[in-house]
Design a protein around this ligand. Structure first.
Ligand code: HEM
Length: 410
């Protein structure tokens, strides 16, 4: 039975520990949460992401104090009240816009690191799946946020993306209207996307981050060589003072200090962007208020959605939608498409190395083509890049089956 010391000072360490087991929590989650020594700065990206999400929350709360979710007032509340009238309103808006863009760059680096080192295998499947769920919820968060300033791109991108729910020839127009709450984006649309952006999706993200961290606890993070580490044995070495011999370090304070170092460099670059180069995160077309009677000549999403938008665009309506659907879910199945039992960095996996770089280059080409107008040579390059993306899935199955066979043959 638990023992409570009546003489312990209320809210002292002892008093709290008896009620909340804070020492045990600290041990399990930080001082005895073991991290392999053999990792590089790319393993700090997870914490960089968590910190950027923190910045999005804080800046979002400040913006929320003055933003008005009304189709007649939203544009001015952002572009006039927040940007010009409220002290430091511009600062919080720049932080929010830059963080929303940069977070996707870091997510892509974090995902590609996982793919390069095979960090979705050997007990780490749920880390990957919870990570993909985070990717989807972050995408929904970015899209719903983009609607809020109610500029030209908010309105027309909202129109184009919600139109996708008509599912091509199925013509599910009722579904599109149900999502919009109207025939076209209007007050109901803005109201529900506002609720999603400031409440429901952030809550889902917080829950998923907790889940993502939870899925990391038992398999531990992977390392640069994909080595299978006996964490208990190595931790015992560390605790016995044989720190040089041990292959692991505790998360707190040793690894955390490295994370903080990488974060410090990241934040220098981040705030440089916020103060001197924020324009990249703000589309000039969205500086015009939404006008349902004036379609912009070229409607495109933010850069982080361009690769998947370009998979949709070159094909006819139905095929484009199917290709787009496949591209959205394919990465979820990474742990199951990669049939090889080998956990190693891509440069030690022969054909997989070339597959990895084909994926990276293809995503960059798709992104570039998605930004350009669908004319002439761009259409051809975009179509080829989209087909290559779709073929990369079956190619991975074949490559990794061959690798599996080679392993079996040894
Ligand atoms: C957006 C919010 C996210 C946060 C806050 C986050 C946070 C973290 C943290 C702190 C780690 C441990 C340290 C590290 O390896 O960086 C980690 C590991 C990992 N994350 Fe994420 N992550 C996020 C999104 C994602 C996404 C989108 C994916 C990909 C689908 C993903 C896949 C992984 C994998 C596979 C690992 C294990 C790495 C290893 O074992 O080496 N995460 N994440």
């Amino acid at each position: 039975m638990a023992h409570f010391d009546d003489k312990a000072f209320p809210f002292s360490h002892k008093w709290l520990n008896e009620r909340l087991a804070i020492d045990t929590l600290k041990r399990v989650l930080s001082t005895e949460y073991w991290i392999p020594k053999n990792i590089n700065f790319l393993w700090a990206m997870g914490m960089v992401l968590a910190a950027t999400f923190g910045l999005l929350l804080i800046s979002g709360i400040f913006l929320l104090m003055y933003y008005i979710p009304d189709v007649h007032k939203a544009f001015d509340s952002v572009n006039y009240t927040i940007m010009q009238e409220v002290g430091f309103g511009w600062f919080w808006r720049h932080v929010h816009a830059v963080a929303a863009s940069v977070v996707f760059l870091i997510i892509y680096i974090h995902m590609l690191t996982g793919i390069y080192y095979g960090s979705y295998k050997r007990g780490r499947e749920l880390i990957w799946i919870s990570g993909m769920l985070l990717f989807v919820t972050f995408s929904a968060e970015a899209f719903s946020g983009y609607m809020l300033p109610w500029g030209q791109m908010s309105y027309w991108a909202g129109m184009v993306i919600t139109n996708l729910f008509s599912m091509g020839s199925l013509e599910l127009n009722g579904l599109v209207e149900w999502i919009r709450g109207d025939y076209v984006p209007g007050q109901a649309f803005l109201g529900r996307f506002f609720m999603l952006h400031v409440l429901l999706i952030p809550l889902a993200i917080i829950g998923l981050i907790v889940l993502h961290f939870g899925t990391l606890r038992i398999p531990h993070v992977n390392n640069q060589d994909g080595e299978e580490i006996d964490f208990e044995k190595e931790a015992a070495l560390w605790k016995a003072g044989k720190r040089k011999e041990s292959k692991v370090i505790p998360f707190n304070p040793v690894f955390l200090s490295k994370d903080v170092f990488v974060m410090a460099i990241y934040f220098i670059i981040f705030f440089y962007l916020v103060f001197y180069n924020f324009e990249f995160a703000m589309d000039p077309v969205n500086m015009d208020p939404a006008d349902p009677l004036k379609t912009p000549p070229h409607i495109y999403p933010e850069w982080y959605f361009l690769w998947s938008y370009e998979i949709l665009r070159p094909f006819s309506k139905d095929i484009g939608l199917i290709a787009f659907g496949i591209a959205q879910v394919a990465l979820f199945f990474m742990p199951f498409i990669d049939r090889s039992p080998v956990v190693a960095p891509a440069h030690k996996r022969g054909l997989f190395f070339w597959w990895f770089w084909a994926l990276v280059i293809d995503m960059i080409v798709l992104t570039a083509m998605g930004k350009l107008p669908p004319q002439g040579i761009y259409t051809y390059i975009g179509t080829v890049a989209a087909i290559v993306f779709l073929l990369l899935g079956p190619a991975l199955v074949v490559i990794t089956l061959m690798e599996k066979k080679q392993q079996g043959g040894k």
